[in-house]
Write a protein that binds this ligand. Structure first.
Ligand code: HSE
Length: 428
């Protein structure tokens, strides 16, 4: 039976989960995969953490050099997080001729080109299923299950923290600050929640997923990004009354016109397949030219779900002699001939606090009409308070720039009221 030795860099939540799975299922992998996987080395500064997981003292390394000098280590698993130290350690591992499995989306979205170049030079593998959507095997699905298709669209809920917060706001009528506190209390959100709530985490993942799906490098910088920290409870409530659910969506499309990639909060219809994805769950809806729609659903974070993705990569690396690299020219920036659409089309939900005077409504709708925007629905929400009434407008699909022009005109008029919220409505 083939024997494969592993080193784990970092025994945090994911590193610990990976160790547990590998230990618990060792005999199962011997039987089902004909491979004996052993953890030969770990790099973890908190020795007591390593010991508490049952890792023998002699397997706790004191440096990356010690890990890489161990001849029994074939595959290095990077689950440290952070970027610079991880980049350095992964680089050293690849240079030593070890295959690498990583869960590090930020590292990959920033330095994928550099690390993959090195992996190719050394003929070793670089695997990263756990970097996107935790335990949901979206990367393997794109590479090995859907490769017959031209992927035309991907829409995902790929950040569990924000999905948990928005679920609390929707189901419990919580405001953003309280929902965030609850997410922090339960360990779904970090003490500094910026990477999740401002959409960075989802944008790193979308950069990786859309590059794979569209076979072209989609750098993180090309992704339009807007987070959920400005979302108000009133809009979730009004949206519900209109039959919508608010989600932080990651959307990638590839068409004749070009590639469109964006992360932002959006209303979707309550019967949309992604509307039922709640709490910290993730899902990705993929549309391929042959298969049509498929949806993957599951846990995007956590010790064992993410460990599941890591161990699947370890098993792939351990049982395949050929290594698998990206299907596109993996460069630091996008290829010159790829067109990125920034003035994308969407329907919009707009909430105004309008001045309650004769003619205001006509002037506001006039501005929409001058910008070529057709209104689907206009509702007054509640009664006049201090001379202002809340108005909600939902538009037909229009260009982003037309909405920006419309909002700017309403604001510039000064006498019509204030624009309190602009939220995209995603129909497809
Ligand atoms: N913080 C991420 C999330 C998990 O909330 O989905 C790891 O990417």
């Amino acid at each position: 039976m083939k024997r494969v030795g592993i080193a784990i860099l970092g025994l945090g939540v994911v590193g610990g989960g990976t160790y547990e799975i590998l230990t618990r299922n060792r005999e199962f992998y011997q039987k089902t995969q004909n491979v004996d996987i052993t953890v030969e080395s770990v790099l973890e500064l908190r020795r007591e953490r390593a010991l508490s997981l049952g890792i023998p003292e002699e397997n706790i390394a004191g440096s990356i050099e010690e890990v890489l000098a161990n001849p029994n280590v074939d595959i290095v698993v990077e689950v440290m997080g952070g970027v610079e130290a991880a980049r350095n350690f992964v680089t050293l591992a690849l240079k030593s001729g070890k295959s690498v499995v990583t869960s590090n989306k930020e590292l990959l979205s920033k330095y994928w080109h550099e690390l993959e170049r090195l992996a190719r030079q050394r003929s070793v593998g670089l695997y990263y299923e756990a970097s996107c959507v935790g335990g949901v095997p979206i990367i393997r699905t794109l590479l090995d299950g859907l490769q017959a298709n031209r992927i035309e669209k991907m829409t995902g809920i790929i950040n569990g923290t924000t999905n948990y917060i928005l679920t609390r706001m929707t189901e419990d009528n919580a405001d953003y600050a309280n929902a965030l506190k609850e997410a922090q209390r339960l360990g779904y959100a970090e003490a500094n929640p910026e990477a999740d709530v401002e959409g960075f985490d989802a944008a790193y993942k979308l950069s990786i997923l859309s590059s794979l799906a569209f076979h072209t490098k989609v750098p993180f910088q090309k992704i339009y990004r807007e987070g959920i920290s400005g979302i108000q409870a009133a809009d979730i409530r009004h949206g519900k009354e209109l039959g919508y659910v608010l989600k932080l969506l990651a959307i990638g499309t590839n068409s004749q016109e070009g590639v469109e990639v964006r992360v932002h909060p959006a209303f979707i219809k309550a019967d949309h397949p992604l509307a039922a994805v709640n709490n910290s769950f993730n899902a990705v809806l993929v549309h391929g030219d042959s298969v049509g729609d498929i949806m993957l659903y599951g846990r995007g974070a956590g010790a064992e779900p993410t460990g599941s993705a890591i161990v699947s990569d370890i098993l792939f690396a351990a049982t395949h002699s050929d290594v698998q690299y990206s299907t596109f020219k993996n460069t630091a920036s996008a290829e010159k001939d790829v067109r990125f659409i920034t003035d994308f089309k969407s329907a919009y939900y707009i909430r105004l606090n309008a001045v309650d005077e004769a003619g205001t409504l006509a002037k506001i709708t006039g501005i929409f009409s001058k910008n070529g925007i057709s209104i689907v629905e206009l509702t007054q929400k509640g009664s006049c308070v201090e001379g202002r009434v809340p108005l909600v407008i939902v538009t037909h699909e229009t260009r982003e720039q037309s909405i920006k022009n419309t909002v700017a005109k309403i604001r510039a008029a000064g006498t019509l009221g204030t624009v309190e919220a602009v939220i995209r409505v995603v129909m497809g």
